[in-house]
Design a protein around this ligand. Structure first.
Ligand code: PLP
Length: 423
């Protein structure tokens, strides 16, 4: 069975009972099911295969900020993905996971010179450039290293997409991309640069984009711009149309991928370029749970709290985005329902996974699975309150493997020293 399902009254990841993982690895830990990642990849790639000719299939560059564990990256590489990175660390992870550098695209508003140099050294596919000074920095780094950088310019289409204010990236007021005027300037500047090859445009309007109309509205900004640039003698051979495909956390209505793919076919395909996409959350979000143990059932005059051993430091989405995550009891799943606030041990009132949630009655030592935690979960984890980073486990059918050991307590203080004058 694929994904997280009940078998013999116990929640499993594929065919592995979650209590077996908790026993072997401890809690809190992230558990990812390969089968779900494969299904999601096949869904997205399948929609594109259906809509576009075989020789015009997009390069799916997985946005590894969503989940950058090198085992997860290796699996996505084996499925055929390229990679979207935002730092030298992500570049290093990608190379370690065996990605061909020519399938890696570098994005982000604050690329540093050393990061640009590392990407040039590796020979990545392209830089998605977000500002004019960044273009100058790329040219400088490329000149110094004797390389030529392939670049595309990120258009800010002034379109609102994204399921939350903090994950919308395509509005004029957002820090991302450039308006049309600066894109034109960037092409003109690049023409005079010896170490930059300007090849096209990119865009990414946000995350959890539910309405296909938002994508369509953004895509529709491209044809006139592409034609205008070509008329001015610029090469437009690549269009990177970003990520943002949504998943279900609660009861959201999913984007119709086929309609999305049809808009790619109708608007992007005729522009006759290589097509790149940057899916992140869609590929991995549903593949993971954060497995946690109930430390205490705390009754107050007001309510019942389940104090669990996972915290906002392990999964910050509820705190940061008011995100809703489904929570499942791992055993005794048909016990009588109770209403709980599910909270972590951190000294912040915002360390809450769920408020007034109905769950089967739970007791100290019981396990709970916080679902849909495969994206922007571990990758956003911190050591706040000096809590070690949780372990990560990958499940494949009947087997599982620890793909990241729980951080050792000493590791939380790694690199810290007491100056001589305090000794
Ligand atoms: C440039 C870029 N591409 C792709 C993504 C992936 O977005 P999602 O996980 O919603 O697909 C992001 C997310 O922040 C991004 O900033």
């Amino acid at each position: 069975m694929n994904g997280f399902n009940e078998k013999d009254g116990i929640l499993h990841a594929d065919n592995v009972p979650l209590p077996q993982i908790a026993e072997a690895v401890g809690t809190p830990c992230y558990v990812y099911a390969e089968s779900v990642i494969r299904e999601q990849y096949e869904r997205l790639a399948g929609a594109m295969t259906k809509a576009l000719p075989s020789d015009r299939q997009p390069l799916l560059c997985y946005a590894c900020k969503a989940n950058s564990n090198i085992a997860v990256l290796s699996f996505l590489r084996s499925l055929g993905c390229g990679l979207e990175i935002v730092s030298e660390g992500e570049l290093m992870r990608g190379l370690k996971a065996g990605f061909d550098a020519d399938k890696i695209v570098s994005t982000g508003v604050g690329k540093q010179k050393n990061e640009i140099a590392a990407c040039l050294d590796a020979g990545i596919h392209q830089f998605n450039v977000e500002s004019l000074p960044e273009l100058e920095m790329i040219n400088t780094a490329a000149t110094e290293t004797g390389k030529t950088a392939n670049v595309v310019f990120r258009l800010n289409p002034d379109v609102s997409g994204g399921g939350h204010d903090k994950i919308s990236t395509g509005r004029k007021r957002d820090k991302f991309g450039m308006g049309v005027e600066n894109v034109m300037k960037a092409f003109a500047m690049a023409r005079d640069m010896d170490h930059v090859n300007a090849l096209g445009l990119s865009m990414h309007i946000g995350s959890q984009v539910f309405t296909v109309e938002s994508f369509k509205e953004a895509f529709e900004k491209l044809p006139a711009l592409v034609h205008g640039l070509r008329e001015s003698g610029h090469t437009i051979s690549r269009l990177d149309i970003g990520g943002g495909f949504p998943i279900i956390y609660k009861d959201e209505k999913l984007l119709d991928l086929d309609s999305y793919a049809d808009w790619v076919r109708d608007i992007i395909l005729p522009l006759d370029t290589e097509i790149i996409m940057e899916p992140g959350r869609y590929l991995v979000g549903g593949s993971g749970v954060l497995l946690t143990e109930v430390l205490y059932v705390k009754e107050t005059q007001d309510r019942s709290f389940l104090v669990v051993d996972a915290a906002m430091s392990d999964l910050i989405r509820p705190t940061l985005y008011e995100a809703w995550h489904s929570i499942d009891a791992v055993k005794n799943r048909s016990a009588s329902p109770q209403t709980y606030d599910v909270v972590g041990p951190i000294c912040e009132s915002s360390d809450i996974f769920a408020t007034q949630r109905s769950l089967p009655e739970m007791n100290q030592g019981d396990l709970a699975a916080i679902r849909t935690a495969g994206a922007y979960g571990f990758s956003m984890a911190s050591t706040y309150n000096s809590r070690p980073l949780p372990a990560e486990v990958l499940v494949s059918g009947d087997k599982f493997s620890i793909i990241r050991k729980r951080q050792a307590l000493e590791g939380v203080m790694d690199g810290e020293t007491i100056p001589d004058w305090l000794k």
